[in-house]
Design a protein around this ligand. Structure first.
Ligand code: WTA
Length: 711
């Protein structure tokens, strides 16, 4: 890449201060890339007046602009009700239906426009193009199936589906009836799915028999049987398992269908050909879906999202940040099983009536040119993916994009911090220097982007997500709740000062945990009815540069972000602890050049057991069964003892430093400091032997490792 495209010269910014409470970070400030004039000329948000409209003085009414993108059966009377902090209510009095907004209302003008283009993984299989009319038909027919089963507004239904258009159809059919869907990522195990079924009290599971991943047709139905079993152990009986078939009429799984419980969806649909189901008009505050995510305890959190606030927020951010126009072909190469896919494959793009591409398989199947062939063939002009996918495609096919004739106007990166070097490859090689990049910082909890710049108005800066999103007022606070000024070079906890329509409403069934996890840290008066007293604590460390751009450093809690997927250390550890031989377990992140972070697990054995008993394989298997393959540790180290404080707590930061060859830091407060050197010797020698010595860590990575694990 030539130097001139970097725009402004890079300036050096340094800070050397460091204290216990505040992590000091210093690195080179990156240069800016200006958005191309051609992009600015056509952008949905190119007039800086939009920034004034969303200025704090216009809060909360500014968010009318988002809600007005939707069709309301009844207009709301109160934009924001803050009477019961921090349980905010948006657009109170309003009624709408999400499925109507994503499907029906586009029929008049765009009946025959592609709503979804599904690209199956096998490259010789043709695409499935689903027009808005066809989507309408499919959503109605499946809604009729659900209705027939007696499912009603407010009921929860768990989905465990792969990347097929039937997943979007299922979500929209639930939304049509006001039924709360809870989609579990298909890569999660049956056990993990069963746990979520029980937590949400779903009596219906909707799944698919099989799907393609890296060239194999995987048997997925087997996970449904495991899920039902796991839910039963927790006291929830699944009454019906609805099985979509990857090839309708032909069963591709080995496990038998259970008489009376399991049914093929294609057979049920046959009885509902042409059915039309009236969309149920839902209060804005009615929950639309649950999305589970990991936290600091072993119990995943069912983040509950609203219908009106959420849909307004994803429609607004899709319009202004994804710059979606009706004529665009938009491809978000992420999984619908994560919040990214809910907001920016299904609800955001469809609410705007655009064409959204869904790809079944892995990005590099059968080779690293696959995404670019798809982009070329379909004329994709907006592309959206994660740093992990970008790192991987860069590693295995750095020259592939140049071979294909596609042209992006816009690209997104989401889910993890992106290294400036990787960002630059994305910009110049994938984007061919023609596309803007929006780096979007947000979370399952936030519903949509909350830290990112409007692409026509803010120049890009590699590694920074940019300023706060419209109507979002971000602060970085220190441990005492005092703001850390921009440009100080000091990192702290990033917080949102105000409520916004996309924020989740609560943790399903755990309202106290909702308050304690996200609001208690910086709330000084639990009785306050003033929203200003309830900053949202995101759980991420961040630093704000002089120009106001935020740089997200990663989690400050016990969560490891592997390839953009949040894994709770407690969940990983409790799986390991279920293995008979294991006395203690600790999971830590290790810097990984493709996946961002990987998991390493340290275990100590109960007296009388030896490491030869296959314990390593047992721990791996336990994690795969409880969570899924994605969580499989890169290494499992069986150590004589864990470094502990005098009160017996495992010092995760010490082992994290060991795994990453980082500075071990102060160990004088340990009860057993001698074990540190022993473990370091064991682990680092083994890593040398395996060729797994990491590159030198950046300042930010050092800081993250140092801060890892609550002690
Ligand atoms: C991280 C994914 C840096 C962050 C949408 C956050 C990011 C967690 C970015 C949420 C980004 C997300 N830059 N880090 N642009 N986006 N993160 O809930 O640590 O799966 O808290 O939502 O991912 O992950 P989640």
């Amino acid at each position: 890449m030539s130097e001139d495209v970097q725009g402004q010269a890079a300036e050096e910014s340094e800070s050397s201060e460091s204290s216990e409470a505040t992590i000091a970070v210093h690195w080179r400030e990156e240069g800016y890339y200006p958005p191309p004039p051609k992009f600015i000329g056509q952008a949905n948000a190119s007039d800086p007046a939009i920034l004034d409209r969303f200025a704090e003085a216009n809060f909360p009414e500014c968010f009318r602009e988002y809600a007005d993108l939707l069709h309301w059966d009844e207009y709301w009377h109160t934009t924001l009700d803050t009477s019961n902090p921090p349980f905010w209510k948006w657009f109170v009095g309003g009624k709408l239906n999400a499925s109507y907004n994503c499907v029906d209302r586009h029929l008049a003008r765009d009946r025959n426009k592609a709503a979804l283009i599904w690209v199956p993984e096998p490259e010789d299989a043709g695409d499935t193009v689903i027009t808005y009319q066809e989507l309408y038909r499919r959503v109605n027919e499946f809604a009729a199936v659900l209705q027939d089963l007696g499912v009603q507004a407010g009921d929860r239904v768990t989905l465990h589906m792969p990347m097929v258009p039937e997943l979007a159809v299922t979500m929209l059919a639930c939304a049509r009836l006001g039924v709360v869907h809870s989609q579990v990522f298909a890569g999660f195990s049956g056990g993990a799915c069963g746990h979520r079924i029980a937590d949400s009290d779903s009596t219906i599971l909707i799944t698919m028999d099989a799907y393609y991943r890296s060239g194999d047709l995987l048997d997925h139905k087997v996970k449904a049987d495991e899920a039902v079993e796991a839910a039963r152990k927790e006291g929830t009986e699944v009454e019906k398992v609805l099985v979509w078939r990857r090839f309708p009429g032909q069963y591709s799984a080995k496990t038998p269908m259970v008489e009376g419980r399991d049914v093929f969806v294609d057979e049920l649909l046959a009885d509902h050909r042409g059915a039309v189901v009236e969309p149920v008009s839902m209060p804005a505050e009615a929950p639309l879906f649950l999305m589970y995510t990991s936290g600091t305890t072993g119990r995943p959190k069912g983040c509950q999202h609203s219908t009106g606030g959420y849909l307004s927020y994803v429609a607004g951010t899709s319009k202004f940040y994804q710059d979606i126009h009706p004529e665009d072909t938009y491809w978000c190469m992420a999984d619908i099983g994560w919040i990214t896919g809910h907001s920016y494959i299904v609800y955001g793009p469809l609410s705007l009536g655009t064409t959204s591409v869904i790809y079944e398989g892995t990005p590099n199947y059968p080779d690293a040119g696959r995404p670019w062939r798809i982009a070329e063939r379909l004329g994709v002009n907006i592309f959206h993916t994660s740093p992990t996918a970008i790192r991987m495609l860069r590693k295995v096919g750095p020259d592939e994009p140049a071979k294909y004739d596609y042209h992006f106007k816009h690209m997104t990166t989401v889910g993890e911090p992106i290294e400036p070097e990787v960002y630059r490859w994305y910009y110049s090689t994938v984007g061919k220097g023609e596309a803007v990049i929006v780096d979007t910082w947000w979370q399952t909890e936030t519903g949509g982007f909350i830290g990112t710049g409007l692409p026509a108005l803010f120049p890009m800066k590699p590694g920074s997500c940019g300023p706060a999103a419209l109507g979002i007022y971000l602060d970085i606070l220190d441990e005492n709740g005092d703001p850390i000024p921009k440009g100080s070079g000091k990192a702290g906890n990033i917080t949102v000062r105000n409520p916004w329509p996309g924020i989740f409403q609560t943790i399903w069934g755990q309202p106290d945990r909702f308050v304690s996890t996200y609001f208690a840290k910086y709330n000084k008066d639990p009785d306050s009815k003033d929203w200003h007293d309830w900053p949202y604590f995101a759980g991420d460390g961040a630093v704000q540069a002089e120009d106001g751009y935020f740089r997200i450093l990663g989690r400050v809690d016990d969560v490891i972000n592997v390839a953009g997927h949040r894994l709770g250390t407690k969940e990983l550890e409790s799986s390991a602890l279920a293995v008979e031989e294991v006395a203690e377990a600790a999971a830590v992140p290790v810097i990984d050049d493709v996946r961002g972070r990987a998991v390493e697990m340290y275990i100590s054995l109960k007296p009388g057991y030896s490491a030869d008993s296959g314990v390593e394989a047992k721990v791996k298997a336990a994690i795969e069964t409880d969570i899924g393959k994605i969580a499989r540790p890169k290494n499992i180290w069986i150590v004589p003892d864990m470094p502990k404080t005098r009160s017996g707590k495992i010092m995760r930061r010490v082992i994290a430093a060991t795994s990453n060859f980082a500075d071990i830091g102060d160990i004088t407060t340990l009860a057993n400091p001698e074990v540190v050197e022993q473990i370091r010797h064991q682990v680092q020698n083994a890593k040398h032997a395996k060729g797994e010595v990491p590159r030198e860590l950046t300042e930010a990575e050092e800081a993250e490792i140092k801060a890892f694990g609550s002690e």
